[in-house]
Design a protein. Structure first.
Length: 179
């Protein structure tokens, strides 16, 4: 029990240290705004991409039907490219927002920093929504995809001897019969 308290105390101290360091940066108001706005934009973009890319069955929690299965082989590389593109844009925009500080001043460099922060917030929200959609859709079509999830599920299966980690459990035909 003492170990758990010590671990939580260490993690709390690390979080406070990180927040104090972030507060010392001039871009801190933009980071706070990003923490507030990114989840809202991310959820909106997630559902927009689901509708646009014809993955609406994910919302209904049902098995993928053939049109969605046919679209997925085309959409998988597009989704990866979108994820990588927005990740690169968000890194570059936040580096620019840090270089040209998005502070509370009304100077030209500060306004440019705020524009970079706005692009960074939009890019981070799209990166997050696309990454979550990539993982959810990959597992919707195949429970062992992407490869990272498949490796972790196989490892958990070997460690626990439990079939639920391998995805859809096959029903035993003898158990389905009623006597």
């Amino acid at each position: 029990m003492v170990e758990v308290v010590a671990i939580f105390a260490l993690l709390g101290w690390l979080l406070l240290t990180l927040l104090e360091w972030l507060q010392s940066l001039s871009v801190f108001p933009a980071i706070v705004m990003g923490f507030v706005i990114c989840p809202i934009l991310g959820v909106r973009d997630y559902y927009f991409v689901i509708q646009t890319w014809r993955l609406s069955g994910m919302v209904a929690n049902r098995e993928p039907v053939p049109p969605e299965r046919f679209y997925w082989s085309i959409q998988l590389p597009r989704l990866r490219r979108r994820m990588y593109f927005f990740a690169l844009c968000s890194v570059l925009a936040w580096v620019n927002a840090t270089t040209l500080p998005a502070s509370l001043d009304a100077t030209v460099p500060s306004l440019i920093g705020w524009l970079n922060a706005a692009v960074g917030i939009l890019a981070v929200s799209r990166t997050a929504s696309t990454t979550i959609l990539f993982f959810n859709a990959s597992q919707w079509f195949d429970a062992m995809r992407p490869n990272v999830v498949g490796i972790l599920r196989r490892a958990m299966y070997r460690l626990s001897d439990n079939y639920e980690y391998l995805g859809q459990k096959k029903q035993d035909p003898e158990k389905e019969q009623v006597y």
